[in-house]
Ligand binder design. Structure first.
Ligand code: TMP
Length: 255
């Protein structure tokens, strides 16, 4: 583990000072939390799997022209990323009813939405990450109108792209949460970048045929088998070294 200065210690990741002033190191921990950290467990190997899955998905998203903070994977648990000011909004896209929206609006779990649904939550653990709307973001200056429009465009494109990518490996992308940050270039201009991570910790993934869950709901709902499920996601994506060794077949997914 890196002996660098800790800049931020989160629930599932620690952010360390990077080798240069405009970079940081994301360290993926094995901690799993739910219900605003009321529930906590250590799941050995989760951080390694999430690092690999997020590394792969960030690189894929980069190929469709969406700017990300991602620079490179450093080792089993660490990534070098651009240092950004995180916009304090959790950007959620939903394709199928699950999780909090089911309770809030009395929906039936599994109901397919006619269009992807965007929701925003304020990143404030002390307030329980409340649901907010676009006016809150603009009025309270959590983001500018331009940033909001860019987040919406990127969020929907990421959704289209990831839905297809997961469908190709037999998984439905039910919903996901992403975060964006402002990166200040040397001339002081702010660029909006996709930040944080994309992994089964912040997506819901259901098997196409069985609807079995391959995401953190296995922990949230005490179903169990989280590590095995994340491992299967990684195997289906063909990003585990063991699988690569035995696979001579080229997939359409660019590695
Ligand atoms: P929700 O149904 O609990 O609101 O979650 C929607 C999606 O956002 C789901 O894929 C899980 C993800 N999510 C996070 O990644 N972090 C969070 O703190 C929350 C509340 C949800």
């Amino acid at each position: 583990m890196t002996k660098k200065k800790i800049l931020y210690d989160g629930k599932a990741k620690t952010i360390f000072e990077g080798p240069t002033a405009n970079t940081v190191i994301q360290y993926f921990k094995d901690d799993a939390t739910a219900n605003n950290a009321e529930k906590h467990a250590i799941i050995n190997g989760k951080g390694v799997l999430n690092n690999s899955i997020s590394d792969f998905l960030m690189r894929q998203i980069h190929t469709i022209g969406i700017p990300t903070h991602y620079i490179k994977k450093l080792n089993m648990r660490e990534q070098l990323v651009k240092k950004v000011d995180i916009i304090p909004v959790e950007f959620v896209v939903r394709n199928i009813a699950a999780g909090s929206i089911v309770k809030r609006l009395g929906l039936k779990e599994g109901e397919v939405f006619s269009n992807p649904l965007i929701e925003y939550y304020l990143k404030r653990d002390d307030l329980g990450d409340p649901l907010i709307n676009e006016d809150h973001i603009i009025n309270f200056k959590w983001g500018t109108r331009e940033e909001l429009e860019e987040m919406q465009e990127y969020g929907l494109r990421i959704n289209d792209f990831l839905r297809g990518l997961f469908l190709a490996i037999g998984l439905k992308l039910v919903d996901f949460k992403i975060e964006f940050g402002r990166y200040f270039s040397e001339d002081g201009d702010a660029v909006l970048l996709l930040a944080d991570e994309i992994s089964p910790d912040n997506c819901r993934l259901w098997d196409l045929k069985t609807n079995n869950k391959y995401d953190k709901d296995l922990f949230r709902q005490d179903i169990g088998g989280l590590k095995e499920a994340y491992q299967e996601v990684a195997e289906r994506l063909r990003i585990l070294p063991e699988k690569k060794k035995y696979s001579s077949i080229k997939t359409e997914i660019v590695q």
